[in-house]
Design a protein around this ligand. Structure first.
Ligand SMILES: [Zn+2]
Length: 299
């Protein structure tokens, strides 16, 4: 038997992803309170206004076409994120032949050339700022507003890269929560996403008495020549506060249509076996038999 949803571990033993058969999830399960929490991305997908740029982009494309591009963009992002995680897992080392899981969650694939370029840009960012790693793929939750998510990176930048357009200058030495983006631009919902992560209630186990000093988007694989292919956009705590208000607005919109996850109704067992009794009737064979027996009688 397979289930419509299964619980997948996160780094936090209290928190699980509620994953469907395709490997996607909109909810987390918080075990100590048996509480289902919406994922930050789900809230933003439903509740955050898409904005002019997206609407313009969608126009002139068929729904099928738009969905296909969005799906491919998502898969590309997923592969790059997996690769970054592998680099950390292998103590900072990987090469062109290091593989990640393909969309089917079974096949191991090499990165495409442009995905590899994004990884080199990530390396450039890391080197130029002498970054120290505090956590990656860190699961956060907020029980008050009933959401959860997984943030990409908590880091400290130890060196000003000196590139004017970078934006790192005011944030050197502080603890930052970063999200790695691989798409075509920095979208307004990114700030809200980062703020939601930063307002997680479970940082104490990771940071002790330290606090997150800023949030930032790190877009990699861009054509910014002066940085080596990345764009770093930090938001200070004042901006992050405004972004959190945006997230709460999205949460309110999301609530308008939201039906809480109901495990009793939605988690079902699905058989993996087909077993039917096959009664095969061969009508022609019967006829032949009858004809034969008639022949016998004649003789
Ligand atoms: Zn910089």
């Amino acid at each position: 038997m397979i289930k419509t949803y299964t619980l997948q571990n996160t780094q936090n033993p209290d928190l699980f992803r509620v994953v469907d058969r395709k490997g996607d999830w909109n909810h987390y399960w918080f075990k100590p309170k048996n509480q289902y929490l919406r994922s930050v991305n789900f809230v933003l997908n439903v509740g955050y206004a898409k904005g002019d740029r997206f609407i313009k982009w969608v126009k002139g494309k068929s729904e099928e076409e738009a969905n296909k591009i969005l799906k491919e963009t998502g898969e590309r992002g997923d592969r790059i994120h997996q690769f970054v995680d592998k680099v950390f897992y292998f103590q900072g080392k990987a090469d062109r032949y290091t593989t990640v899981l393909a969309e089917d969650n079974l096949t191991e694939v090499k990165l495409s050339d442009d995905e590899w370029d994004a990884i080199l840009a990530f390396q450039e960012f890391w080197k130029r700022h002498n970054v120290s790693l505090i956590a990656s793929e860190f699961p956060i939750y907020n029980l008050k507003y009933s959401y959860a998510g997984t943030l990409d990176l908590i880091v400290r930048l130890n060196k000003d890269c000196g590139v004017k357009s970078c934006g790192c200058k005011d944030f050197i030495g502080k603890i930052g929560s970063l999200d790695i983006k691989t798409g075509g631009g920095i979208y307004s919902s990114y700030g809200a996403q980062l703020a939601a992560y930063a307002m997680g209630q479970n940082f104490k186990q990771l940071l002790g008495t330290n606090k997150i000093g800023y949030t930032a988007v790190l877009r990699i694989g861009t054509n910014h020549k002066n940085t080596g292919g990345y764009e770093f956009e930090p938001y200070n705590s004042k901006e992050t506060k405004i972004h959190f208000a945006e997230f709460l607005a999205a949460l309110t919109i999301c609530d308008a249509e939201y039906k809480p996850f109901n495990p009793d109704e939605e988690i079902k067992e699905i058989s993996e076996i087909v077993d039917i009794k096959l009664n095969i009737e061969d009508l022609v064979a019967v006829k032949k038999k009858v004809a034969k027996s008639k022949l016998k009688i004649k003789n």
